[in-house]
Design a binder for this molecule. Structure first.
Ligand SMILES: [Ca+2]
Length: 202
């Protein structure tokens, strides 16, 4: 039976063939470590990385990735959390990366970032709620950032910090920051530079 005949048969017997037709119907989350939309990824290390999407593509429509940073130092909470954004790209109008001072998105908003802005962020509190939110259309590369308890900044082993996704194999990791090989750009070296895009077009 040809593919066309199989599809016709499935159309006539939709219930029987539903699994065949819906193999790719399931939409996976794109949040870090496969965490589902709306579910907190709790991070308590004194410093660490966050990122979304959790793959080589873009974030998915209607993302609601949430991270709760509550770094602990010697078993105690901290007074301030610093966040360095190393990769940022959302749709300019409708998707954003937000930082709240507290434990929920109802906590005081510290900053809401769109597009490719990468401001330094400091949360004057013991917890920070981070959110990557997207609407139903137009998806971009997403966000990656390094956070740390501000009071232990001098203790961070900057020289040996790894980089998320190991710079996609397209760059060198230097103190947790990717230095991209020729032809690539972006905070994680995920993207082709303009010269490579031009070369592919001709
Ligand atoms: Ca969007």
């Amino acid at each position: 039976m040809s593919r066309e005949n199989i599809q016709l048969a499935c159309a006539l017997a939709l219930i029987v063939c539903l699994p065949w037709n819906s193999v790719k119907a399931e939409i996976a989350t794109s949040c870090q470590n496969g965490v589902e939309n709306g579910v907190l990824l709790n991070l308590t290390d004194p410093w660490g990385f966050i990122w979304a999407p959790d793959n080589l593509a873009s974030y998915v429509p209607n993302s609601n990735c949430l991270w709760l940073l509550s770094p602990q130092v010697n078993g105690s909470s901290v007074q301030s959390i610093s966040i360095k954004i190393i990769q940022m790209e959302t749709e300019s109008c409708c998707d954003y990366f937000a930082v709240y001072n507290g434990t929920t998105i109802d906590s005081p908003l510290v900053v809401q970032i769109y597009g490719t802005a990468m401001p330094a962020v400091v949360v004057e509190g013991e917890t920070a709620l981070l959110q990557l939110s997207s609407d139903g259309t137009v998806d971009r590369d997403g966000v990656a950032a390094f956070y740390w308890a501000t009071e232990v900044e001098d203790e961070i082993p900057w020289d040996s910090l790894p980089c998320p996704f190991d710079c996609f194999g397209r760059g060198t990791c230097v103190k947790g920051t990717c230095v991209c090989d020729h032809g690539y750009l972006g905070g994680l070296c995920k993207n082709d530079d303009s010269k490579r895009i031009f070369e592919r077009a001709i």
